[in-house]
Design a protein around this ligand. Structure first.
Ligand SMILES: [Zn+2]
Length: 244
């Protein structure tokens, strides 16, 4: 693995007593350059950080010790737990993001990420299904790392879930405003995967955000916020694999 470049950030505090990292959260930086993102992640006034930042050329910057609590998740929820900063390791990938010219994550960057994850998996007890994106834990606020992030490549190495079902059928079968048995089933499955679904009876804004986040992660060819036949198949598969 490329040598870690130590670049300490002052933006961290202690994890709650007895809490160890059991989840990995993937982000993109969403700024015009990696240098700008790095500056922000070590700026005390910004009050944000991550444990690592990976440049597009594969260089890995180590900002916060894994034992400490970095500040990357913000208001968040996954599988009944809030404030994911407590129990996660945060990794920022340099990418301008949807605001400044979203583009594919280069091979060198993903190679470094996989090497970093090998080390993290060796040091901590992180279940296969606990590698997720910022948009998964804050679907109403965040869209990173986005539909170009190669989740399938990570899953092939044992980091995260994946569905091999080809969900190409885009016939919509549930969408915002509906309230029926189908909607209840999809809400239940989204909740099992990990998303925060308050009202499981109806397809409101919360469900729509969760569907978008689910699609960006597991069915990236059509991120619509509507449940189509392809999304339903992949959702059932991922829900079935979750928590095992
Ligand atoms: Zn993020």
């Amino acid at each position: 693995m490329a040598d870690l470049i130590r670049y300490p950030s002052p933006n961290w505090n202690e994890r709650p007593a007895g809490v160890k990292p059991d989840t990995v959260i993937i982000h993109y930086t969403g700024m015009e350059t990696g240098a700008a993102a790095l500056n922000r992640l070590v700026d005390p006034a910004a009050e944000v950080s991550a444990h690592y930042l990976i440049e597009e050329d594969g260089r890995i910057f180590a900002l916060v010790d894994e034992a400490k609590r970095a500040w990357h998740a913000g208001v968040s929820f996954w599988r009944g737990r809030e404030n994911l900063n407590h129990n996660s390791i945060g990794i920022e990938l340099v990418n301008p993001g949807h605001e400044f010219g979203y583009r594919a994550f280069p091979r060198a960057q993903i190679t470094s990420l996989l090497a970093l994850l090998d080390g993290i998996a060796a040091r901590h007890d992180i279940k296969r299904d606990a590698y997720i994106g910022h948009s998964d834990i804050a679907p109403d606020r965040k869209i990173d790392p986005g539909e170009l992030f190669p989740w399938a490549q990570l899953a092939a190495k044992g980091y995260g879930l994946w569905s091999t079902l080809a969900g190409h059928d885009k016939t919509v079968i549930a969408e915002r405003g509906q309230k029926n048995a189908n909607v209840m089933k999809f809400n239940k499955q989204l909740g099992i995967v990990g998303y925060h679904i308050g009202d499981t009876q109806s397809f409101g804004a919360t469900t729509e955000f969760a569907v978008r986040a689910f699609q960006a992660h597991w069915r990236p060819e059509a991120v619509t916020g509507q449940i189509d036949i392809g999304t339903a198949a992949v959702l059932e598969d991922i829900a079935g694999q979750s928590g095992q």
